[in-house]
Design a protein around this ligand. Structure first.
Ligand code: TRP
Ligand code: ZN
Length: 471
């Protein structure tokens, strides 16, 4: 597979806006204006492409989401309990939450003031929270959720389907169905409990702790223990065929498949255990206890998402898409972005995993995939902007991010050799497991592992405008 086909729309334009480099330290300490009573948490973490994404002043350690959804009326009721810790004194703080009507909001069980300003839900607790203190925010809400439109024109968030909802939040859509610190910089554990009419299934991340039916409604309780970015949460609802099993490696697999996609999906889903085993050999241990696939019938979506532990597909995936979303469990899910401009660390890596898989399973070599792309003329959209600096949120899922991102890894591989290359990938997954990584950190790691100066290579392939000279 030589080019991404997860992205629905063609590249809209040549590059691009300049970006403001933001140090991670600055991201982590983003603070709002000081006041006499304390300080206000910032309305964003400082992401140059999504300035309002996430919030300053606190971290969320756990989300407890209790939802009810009725596919016929498309009505959602929700209760979100966020367990958080203040990283500064806070007289007020923001959550990201768009659309749904709020029916109650407390901080530590005491009614708090709030107002809404676009995607910002500005919360004023009855008394300021001192720095370092843990607190609990409870928000109850309801309404008819819908998706957001991203800068590139695609939809994400709560996307209704004919029998439920396709729920995928990259990059922004988590805030359409729960109040969140909506940036990958903040990772948390989740309990997601969803009640749907009997006969429907609600599938979220992690392990299914319990399921019970009462008065014509079924409740599913899911737990994602390992840290997860909000955009990777799902609660996809539909009429699904469900299959559960445990792999030889002890992974709990839960597959939910729309019957209309079942015949095409079955031979691909069957390979999940062997794909994860192959990737574990290459990248190190699979980061989660749970696995599986959600195959919906959502022809209006146009992409799949690597929802943590259990990717969601808009239709039956082909094998290389399954390999791609599975690779994201290491690269993107376990090792998270600190800033959306580093998106090639997700998409370039997952695409290169497809190339490696093909190469080792009787398909084209990665070199052949590289050559086919490199043969494209300098005017091709592949060279429209550099993957390490896509320039705006409208470009983060563009061809250069996927394809030239993967080409960058291929040039790295041919420069340092197969053994060192794989050592770099494994060390990356291991050293940043459940955490975060930046492009600069990856470059340093590659230089350390190889003992080579790779500055020129990364500059050319990640940052230079236009088609690079033959490596
Ligand atoms: N990360 C997804 C993948 O490559 C793709 C994706 C998620 C996407 N959200 C999107 C593509 C929005 C286009 C628009 O597997
Ligand atoms: Zn991807």
């Amino acid at each position: 597979m030589t080019h991404p086909r997860r992205r629905p729309a063609p590249l809209r334009r040549e590059a691009v806006l300049a970006t403001v480099p933001v140090a991670v330290a600055a991201l982590l300490t983003a603070a709002g204006p000081a006041t006499a009573a304390g300080t206000a948490g910032a309305s964003g973490v400082g992401d140059p492409y999504f300035p309002l994404a996430g919030n300053g002043g606190y971290h969320v350690s756990h989300y407890g989401l209790t939802l009810g959804y009725d596919p016929a009326s498309r009505h959602l009721t929700g209760k979100a309990v966020l367990t958080a810790r203040a990283t500064q004194r806070l007289n007020r703080f923001d959550l990201d939450f768009k659309g749904l009507k709020i029916t109650g909001l407390t901080v530590d069980h005491v009614k708090a003031g709030y107002r809404r300003d676009g995607q910002e839900l500005v919360v004023t607790p009855a008394r300021p929270l001192r720095k370092g203190r843990s607190f609990r925010v409870t928000v109850t809400y309801q309404g008819r959720p819908g998706p957001v439109t991203d800068p590139d024109g695609s939809l994400d968030g709560w996307i209704p389907t004919d029998d439920g909802a396709f729920v995928a939040g990259e990059p922004q859509g988590a805030m359409t169905w729960f109040p969140a610190n909506n940036h990958p910089l903040d990772k948390s554990s989740y309990d997601i409990t969803v009640t749907v009419p009997k006969g429907s299934t609600a599938v979220a991340n992690g392990v299914l702790l319990g399921q019970r039916t009462r008065n014509g409604r079924t409740t599913f309780h899911w737990r994602q223990k390992e840290p997860m970015a909000a955009y990777l949460a799902t609660a996809t609802v539909g009429k699904f065929q469900v299959k559960q099993y445990t792999t030889r490696d002890g992974l709990k697999v839960y597959d939910a498949v729309d019957p209309r996609e079942a015949a095409a999906a079955a031979p691909v889903l069957k390979k999940l255990p062997s794909v994860l085993a192959w990737e574990s050999k290459l990248f190190g241990p699979y980061p989660y206890r749970a696995a599986g696939s959600i195959v919906d019938h959502a022809p209006n979506v146009g992409y799949a998402l690597e929802t943590q532990s259990r990717p969601v597909y808009d239709g039956a995936p082909d094998l290389s898409t399954l390999v791609h979303e599975s690779a994201h469990q290491w690269f993107g899910d376990s090792v998270s972005l600190t800033s959306w401009k580093d998106i090639w660390l997700n998409e370039g890596f997952a695409t290169y995993a497809e190339w490696l898989y093909a190469e080792q399973h009787g398909g084209d070599s990665a070199q052949k995939a590289f050559d086919a792309l490199y043969a494209r003329p300098a005017t091709d959209g592949l060279w429209a902007f550099p993957p390490g600096n896509p320039g705006s949120g409208a470009n983060i899922f563009g061809t250069p991010v996927y394809a030239r991102g993967a080409m960058t890894l291929h040039v790295l591989r041919t420069t340092v050799g197969d053994r060192v290359f794989l050592r770099i990938l494994r060390a990356w997954a291991e050293q940043h497991r459940y955490g975060h990584g930046t492009t600069a950190q990856f470059e340093r790691l590659a230089e350390r592992q190889s003992g080579k100066d790779l500055g020129r290579l990364f500059q050319t392939w990640l940052y230079d405008q236009g088609k690079p000279q033959q490596p």
